[in-house]
Design a protein around this ligand. Structure first.
Ligand SMILES: Cc1cc2nc3c(=O)[nH]c(=O)nc-3n(C[C@H](O)[C@H](O)[C@H](O)COP(=O)(O)O)c2cc1C
Length: 424
């Protein structure tokens, strides 16, 4: 007997028409992960093409790139891709082609790190306000920021718009604005990091102005069916920070901005809920998908399609999140570094076991830093055509991480002396 409820179930393999008119072939997305695989000038390399060709074979309907920065003076991590006027559009096109080679759509994630830029990059950081991190570890990792001027803020709004136009010209299907995880756009949204009293801060409406202006700047420069997505925190999980209520207000404002997909996530470098730091949860779905609860509340107010990422790893949970209508798209990040075919398995209905036992230091912050490094190293293996190395331990992870940082520092000082070769 087919009930009315059963017939309304949505299958992971069904396509999704976005408000801009583009049609995603299925409901699984690879969420953004910084690849650190550009060359020193921010140009995508052949390694990035190989990586995305591999992910393309894995069956996801949408591949969202790792964060691409809009200002070469402000990288989030070493070897980020940089998109600005005069960049190598042909290299970006090759990257997009590789990602689209099996029918997936590819969106470029646009970001500015603000105060959350690694100290080792050796640049002065900027932020809505000159608010330093509170803990010693974060102060050691990130340099103190200076406050952006109003003129610089307007320039950044334009940079996001121009970068989206370049992405479109290069053949990307869309962009995602990174408004989460404590980077610049989310620094504007949070009362903890935005203490401005001008048009860009002061109350919730003025704090969200930067995000809205960035979206309008992008929309004014791209055509249809080019998609524009936003990755937004459900909350910062910090005392005095961006709350669930603030987040809901932003969603309501985004309803008027022709957003094609709203990705729900949470946390910042100081409160990294996004990599599973919250202990809780009753149902299997909520235990695995960290922000599922919030997604259900957003569903009640959001007019645009929703994507949920954070913790999702089993095909059964992916299926139920989409089938029960809580979200339209499920996003997977870390598991894609070990199981690039996870989307294909989920679409076929296989229940792939993705559990991996890993060494831990037991020190929370060290483990978090190493978690990122460990996954970036798996990404680098995939980009080199190697199999994943799930048994990689703490020592090798730390050494490879230090090696990447040293290579960057060495190249930077060579560049200063005019000795730099551009390729990695
Ligand atoms: C190595 C690594 C790099 C990441 N880089 C980005 C990024 O560039 N942009 C972004 O929005 N999120 C980034 N994330 C966060 C993921 O997109 C995702 O939100 C988070 O890992 C939780 O999802 P997961 O449990 O499926 O991994 C990164 C995560 C990892 C592990």
């Amino acid at each position: 007997v087919t009930t009315a409820r059963a017939t309304s179930f949505v299958d992971l393999g069904s396509s999704l028409r976005l408000p801009c008119g583009a049609v995603l072939p299925n409901r699984i997305a690879k969420a953004a992960m910084t690849e650190q695989l550009a060359d020193r000038s921010g140009r995508p390399t052949d390694s990035l093409q190989r990586l995305y060709a591999r992910w393309a074979r894995g069956g996801a309907g949408l591949l969202i790139t790792g964060n691409v920065v809009v200002d070469p003076e402000h990288l989030g991590e070493s070897y980020n891709v940089v998109v600005q006027d005069g960049c190598d559009v042909a290299a970006l096109s090759r990257w997009a082609d590789a990602a689209q080679s099996h029918g997936a759509h590819v969106w470029m994630q646009l970001n500015h790190p603000g105060r959350q830029a690694m100290r080792l990059l050796g640049r002065r950081t900027v932020a809505p306000s000159a608010v330093r991190f509170s803990s010693a570890v974060h102060r050691a990792t990130f340099a103190p920021p200076r406050e952006l001027t109003a003129e610089e803020i307007s320039d950044l709004v334009e940079r996001f718009g121009r970068a989206a136009a370049i992405a479109e010209a290069a053949g990307f299907d869309g962009v995602e604005v990174h408004a989460a995880h404590g980077y610049l756009v989310s620094q504007f949204l949070s009362p903890l990091t935005n203490r401005r009293t001008d048009a860009w801060g002061g109350d919730a409406d003025r704090r969200m102005r930067f995000l809205l202006e960035v979206i309008r700047s992008i929309r004014s420069r791209v055509g249809s069916p080019f998609a524009v997505g936003v990755k937004l925190n459900s909350a910062d999980f910090q005392r005095g920070g961006f709350t669930l209520e603030d987040s809901m207000r932003v969603v309501e404002a985004l309803n008027d901005e022709r957003i094609d997909l709203l990705e729900i996530t949470g946390g910042t470098a100081e409160a990294p809920e996004v990599v599973g730091e919250l202990k809780r949860r009753e149902s299997t779905t909520d235990r695995e998908a960290f922000f599922a609860d919030y997604a259900r509340s957003v569903r009640r107010v959001a007019k645009m399609p929703l994507m949920l990422s954070g913790g999702i790893r089993s095909p059964g949970v992916m299926r139920s999140l989409v089938a029960e209508g809580h979200v339209d798209v499920v996003g997977i990040a870390r598991k894609m570094t070990l199981f690039p075919d996870l989307p294909a398995h989920a679409l076929r209905g296989d229940d792939l076991d993705t559990s991996v036992k890993r060494q831990r230091t037991g020190v929370r912050l060290a483990d978090l830093l190493l978690d990122g490094a460990w996954h970036v190293q798996q990404i680098h293996r995939m980009a080199a055509g190697l199999a994943p190395d799930p048994r990689r331990g703490l020592v090798r992870t730390s050494l490879a991480y230090a090696n990447l940082a040293l290579r960057w520092r060495l190249g930077r000082s060579q560049a200063r002396r005019g000795l730099c070769d551009e390729a990695q």
